[in-house]
Design a protein around this ligand. Sequence first.
Ligand code: 13P
Ligand code: SF4
Length: 298
Amino acid sequence: MYKDEILKLKKEKNAIILAHFYQNDEIQEVADFVGDSLALSKMAASTTADIIVFCGVYFMAETAKILSPTKKVLLPKKNATCQMAMMVDYDELLQYKTNNPDTIIITYVNTRANIKALSDVIVTSSNAEKIVKNYKDKKMMYVPDKNLGTYLKHKLGYNIDVWPGYCYIHENLKVSDVLTMKEKHPNALTLIHPEAPLDVLLQADFVGSTKQILDYATDSKKIEFIIGTDKGIIHALKKQNPDKKFYLLNDGLSCKNMKMINLEDLYISLRDELYEVSVPEEIREKAVIALDKMMELS
Ligand code: 13P
Ligand code: SF4
């Protein structure tokens, strides 16, 4: 019943429903577009809809608003935040910038608008490596994911300072999880998100963003995969690959904030136009420069 109402309201209001791969299956099924952080940002920037309903976490809806300021952007659950995005403090980053005026601030999209406003360029897990290569000879600070920053540093051998933030579900992955799962499923390939610690990533057959993991499994001739990212991605993996098998790397791979929105919340959000996301213009105009730089380089 909610599904029909949602589809009806969406049409009446010229709204688009965007959902991240970590959302509940029922949300992914009703969305107009399901994607990773980069694809969702691009979609938000280019849509002709009047309303964007963002099924994800706050920084994603906020990024959509920065890129599409004339649209109404709704987040169906107002307390759906990303824990990693809260791990960087504005004053501390400002202090760092003041002390290191020549350092390029490379900021993960999983941050609040005021942090983006202090940054030179934004990256996502699917374009971070490509973008960082543009600053090869510069001193860089990667904010706030220490794991993705450490992985880039290791892979590229560049001079990168790393902020001490992390994603709690990926941070909990252990080398022993990989060894146990590989023993249980010896024919499986191990695909892991770069928000995991470096020692775990070094055990992987492939490291990539949610969309890159999906593409890799889809293109592979193998039929079994151990997945080191949030369980929400299993829905798209199975949908695209009904004959393949997917095993989660451990039992804790479920971001609780990404699972807050259900069909009823989405229906109410569309019906009552809740919860509207706003970004002060003086912050937005600085943050959009760093996001535009990402779009230019990715
Ligand atoms: P991607 O979908 O861009 O890989 O990001 C994962 C994530 O942590 C979203 O919160
Ligand atoms: Fe944030 Fe991790 Fe949840 Fe993504 S999975 S929203 S990075 S806490």
